[in-house]
Design a protein around this ligand. Sequence first.
Ligand code: NI
Length: 176
Amino acid sequence: MSKLKVFEVPHPVLRQTAEPVKVVTPEIKQLLSDMLETMYATHGVGLAGNQVGVLKRVVVVDCGDEKPEPIKLVNPEIIEKSPEIICHNEGCLSVPREYADVERHAQVTVRYLDENGCEKTRTADGLLAIAFQHEIDHLDGKLFIDYLSPLKRKLLLKHLEKRRKKAARLAEERED
Ligand code: NI
C-alpha cells in the first residue's frame, strides 16, 4: 500500500470528468486500497479518483462511528434520492481546512461495482448519504464550494490562499 498525493484547488484535475472503469482489474483494486490508506492518513471520510489525479470513476468512503466501515465504489451512480433535504457543514481534502454548509438529499440509493466487480446497491442516509453525493460530484468535476453563492465561494478561497501564503512564509522563516 502507498499513500497518494491529494490534489488541491485550483488544480484542473478536480474540474475534469472521470471516465467509467471498464473492468475492475487488480490495479483498480490496488488503487482503491491506496486511496483508503490516503484517506485515513489525512483524516478524511471520503476520497474520489480525481483528488489523487486519477480520472477514473472510483470512490472510497468511511463514515464509521466507532469502528472503521470502509466502502469502495467503482462507477457509483445515484439511482434514487429522497425529496427531503439536509444541511451539513462540509469540508474536503482538496479544499483544506475550509468548511461550509451545503444542502443535500437526506437519503440516496447508490448503485456501484465493488472491488471484485460485483454489482451492489446501497441506501444511505445521514453522513454517508452526504459523503456519497459529495464524492460522486468529484467524479463529475464538481466541488462542494460550487453550491455556495459566488461571494461566499470567493471569500472561502481567499481565506484558503491567505492561509497557504502564511504557511509558506513560516516554512521559509524556519529555513533561514
Ligand atoms: Ni471532497
